[in-house]
Design a protein around this ligand. Sequence first.
Ligand code: ADP
Length: 614
Amino acid sequence: MKLKTEILLVFLIVGACLTIGTGVLYFYNARQIILEAASNQLESLSATKKHRLESIIYKKQEELRLVQSRLFQAEYLYQYNVFGQLSDTVAQSDRRLITKNIKKLTHDIESFKNIHVLNKEGIVIASTDSGSIHFNFSYFDFVQKALKLENSIYPIIDYKTDDIYLCLAGPIYYKQKLQGALLIETTTADLATLTGDYTGLGNTGETTIGQLLADTVACFITPTRNKECKFEKVFLNKIEPQSIFLALAGNEKLFLNVLDYNHKRVAASCRYIAATQWGIVTKIDMDELMAPAEALKWMSIRIGLGALFFLFLVSMILASSIVKPINKISEVARKVSQGDWSQQVRIHSNNELGDLAVSFNRMTKSLIEAQENLELKIEELDKSNVSLEKFAFVVSHDLRSPLNSVLGIAELLGTGNMGSLNDDGLQMLKLMQNKIEHMKGMIAGILEFARLNHQLPTHEVVDLELLIARLKSLDCGNVAIEVAQELPPLNMNTVVAEQLFQNLWSNAVKYNKSEQKKIVFSAYQSENDTVYSVTDNGIGIGVSHFDTIFEIFHTVGPKGSDSTGIGLAIVKKIVESYGGKIWIKSQLGEGSTFFFTLPYAQVNSTIKQVLQTY
Ligand code: ADP
C-alpha cells in the first residue's frame, strides 16, 4: 500500500471513530434530555389537568349539596310522603310544588339538564322531565347509594342520542330522616372543555377521562380527540392494558411506549380520582414525542457525514504535504541510483523533511566527490597497470635474450667445442640448463598472468568437446582422456578457454605417476550453475594446500621441481573473470578433481553440428 493511502486511511479511521463515537454519545445524551423534558412537561400538564378535574368535581358536589340543602323542597317531599298517602289531591299539589321548585333550579344553574326527585323506593315522583315520572331508578347503583345517604357522581349514557351526561345523586333529609333521593342530570360541557384543551399537547396529544363500566370495559366521559363518537368504550387488552386501564388501576405515573385506546404507542401520564373512581390520562403519541430526537438523529448523521468529508479533505491535504517531499526525495534517489548524481532535492521547509533533504543533498555531494576520487584512482591504477605490463613485457623480453644467450653458451660448453668438461662439470651444466629453462617458464608465466589483468572477458560459443578432442590429439604418452557425458558448450573467449583447460590437462598429466594416466572431463547442473570438472588419477594434493594452491608461485612437492606455481593462479583468474569460482577435491595418491563454474551457451543441435564441422 502506498504511504499516502496509508496516512489517509489512518486519518480517516481515527477521525471516523472519533466522529462516530462523539456523535453517538452526543445523540444519546441529547435524546435523553429531550425525552426527560417532554416527560416532565407531560407530567406537569397531567397534574394540572387532575387538579382542574378535581375542582370541577368539587363544584358539582357543591351544587348537589346546594340543591339538597333546599329545606322547603325537603319539606314538600316530607309532606308528600306523609300526607300524599291520605289523598291524591295533596300528593298532586306537593308534586307540583316540588316540580316548580326544581324547574326554577334548572333555570338558575346552567349545567343542570334535568332534576328528578325520587321517593324512598327509588321511583320518580317529581321531575323537570314529565316523561320520567314513575320511572323506577332503584336498580341503579348510585340511587342505592343515595338511599343509603351517600352522594355520588356517575356518568350516564343515553344510547338513543349517543349522549353522555353526569348524574349527581344524593339523599334528601328532613327532620333527620331520609325522605327520598335527588338525581341531577348535568352536562359534561365543563369536562369536555377540560379535555378539549390540547395546549402543550402537540398534534396527537390529548387528555382522556374514563370510568370502569365493568371489569374489562371502560368508557370515556368526554369526547376523544379522534371524535369517532360522542363517547367511546374501551375493552381491556389483558396482555397489554391500554393507558386508561393503567390510570383506572390507580397508577399515578408516566408510562412510555404504552398502548392507547386507538392502538397507537403513546407516552401516557396517568392519574386517579378516588372520589369518582375516574382515571385521567394525559398522553401524546411516541412518534411525536420522539420527533425532536429523530430530527436530531438525522441532523447528527448529516453533521457527521459533513465532518467525515471535511476530515477526508484535510487528510488528503495533510497526506499530500507529507508524501510530496518524500516522493521528491525518492524520485531524486532513483535518478541518483541510475547514475545521475547531479540531482538535488529542493525542499525548503524547516521541518524534519527539510533536514532530510539537506542531508540527502550533502550525501550525493560526497558521493560525487568519492566517485571522482575513485575515477582518479582507477585512472592511476590503469596507468600503473599499463606500465607494469610494459615493465613485465620488457623485463621478460629483456631477460629472455640474455637467458637464451646463456643457454646457447651452455650448449656450446656441452658439445665440448670450448674445451672438454669432466662428468661432474657436464652434470652441473645440465642442471644449469634446467634452471634457465625453469626461469624462462616463470618469465613466460608472469607475462601471461599480467596480460590477463588487462583482458576484459569476451563471449563466444566454445564447443568444449571439440576443445577436448584437440587436447586428446596432443601426444603425451600413455594418457586416456574420457568425457563423462555430453558437455554443454561454453560462453567465453575460445583462446582463454583453451588456456584454462590446457593448464588443468597439463597438470593432470604432469603430476601423475600412474602407468595408465587417466583424465575425465565432466559437467553437471547444480542449483544455480553449471559445474565443470577435471579429474585425474595423479599423485593428489594434501588438504592443507586446497586453499593456497591457487595462489601465484605456490607449489607443492620438493623444492627444485620444475613447477612454477603459475598455472593454477591463471586458471583461477580466468574462472573468476567470468564470474565463476574454483575449488578442489583430492586425496594424496588417489588423484584430484578440479571443479569450477563457468557460463555456458544455450545452443541448439543444428548450431552444434555446424560447430563440430570446424
Ligand atoms: P605449474 O604451472 O608449475 O604446474 P600450478 O600452479 O599449476 O603450477 O600448480 C601448483 C602446484 O600444484 C604444483 O606444484 C603441483 O604440485 C600441484 N598440482 C597442480 N595440479 C595438480 C594435479 N592435478 N595433481 C597433483 N598436484 C597438482
